[in-house]
Design a protein around this ligand. Sequence first.
Ligand code: 1CP
Length: 356
Amino acid sequence: MKEKGLQGLDHPSPFMRTLAGEAQAIPPMWFMRQAGRYLPEYRAVRAKAGSFLDLCFNPELASEVTLQPVRRYDLDAAILFSDILVIPHALGQKLSFVEGEGPRLEPAITKAGLDRLRGRNVLEELAPIFETVVKTRAELAENKALIGFAGAPWTVATYMLAGGPSKDPAALRSLYYDDPDFITGLIDIIIDASIDYLIAQVDAGADALQLFDTWAGGLTPALTETLSVIPMRRIAEGVKKARPGTPVIFFPKSVGALAVRYAQEPACDAIGIDFSQDPLWARAHLSGHTVVQGGLDPLLTVHGGAAMETAAGELLRAFDGAPYIFNLGHGFTPETPPENVAALVNYVRAGAWRKN
Ligand code: 1CP
């Protein structure tokens, strides 16, 4: 386990104490995509806001949807309501969300377009998001944490290069092999913008940060190092240099045993595991390096019942005695019945899983 300042261990929030390396009898919990379409109160605000992007840039409404799941389930942390794609938007790519189709970024980035991305002040464009952070932090009790976030550079780059969700990870690897300088040039731009963006979130009141590398799994081990581990390290170190003591959670999805590489990074305060990781393997190979978060298959929350509780119990027992944050192995899907989430929260908090 890494050296931690005592500051974290004195924190009123169990989530923050866990990030500082202290195991809790009942792990703190929050859920990826905890605000979103599965909640009727989210759908009501979303309808009022207009587009998804209008919602992200409306501090009043974005703060409201950030707080909704914490109120409903008494979770230990709120995650800022925004999207990883606001960075490309602030860099000058036009972002839109097409109903039923997902995000679109126009125009797709080419090497010739790279220069237009440089030297832009992303903070001006993203100012409403920092206002959301200020408003949200003011509404949260001191034992609740507020998580800020950004996409990891590789994942953000995949959307920028494809002009939306990439349907072909092999094509992206090919782009790198064809012209590594183009891809690393793009990644450098995303790193610099993300450091500024995350420092501003911390200054506005974010207690901890998470980097989402949803598409880290499509890479070779060597490219994982170059395009995912090192860029995440550079962001986390850049933020910590400016704002010492800020905990950073890495979520590299679908990386299998390479998760160890991330967990070993000095700047990685916690690693999020996805639903393909074996909890006992993760306890044996990751917990010695850093705090572990997550792992539950979000589809189990669609189905609920005994299967959901059995899998949650296995995770909780695997990490019993280690600093662990209960969470999913990826985000909730819109079909999740909110009452299943309530049952899951009760199951974790009641503690009966320890005896099974
Ligand atoms: O209409 C809607 O309500 C849009 C659905 C939606 C939501 C609720 C999108 C579009 N983004 C979000 C919010 C969001 N996205 C959050 C908010 C906080 C919370 O978790 O409650 C966060 C942290 C994200 C992060 C994000 N956006 C990631 C990384 C994590 C992950 O889920 O893998 C990614 C890859 C995106 C891109 C994105 N934004 C939205 C969609 C549908 C997608 C995925 C597109 C795709 O590749 O298929």
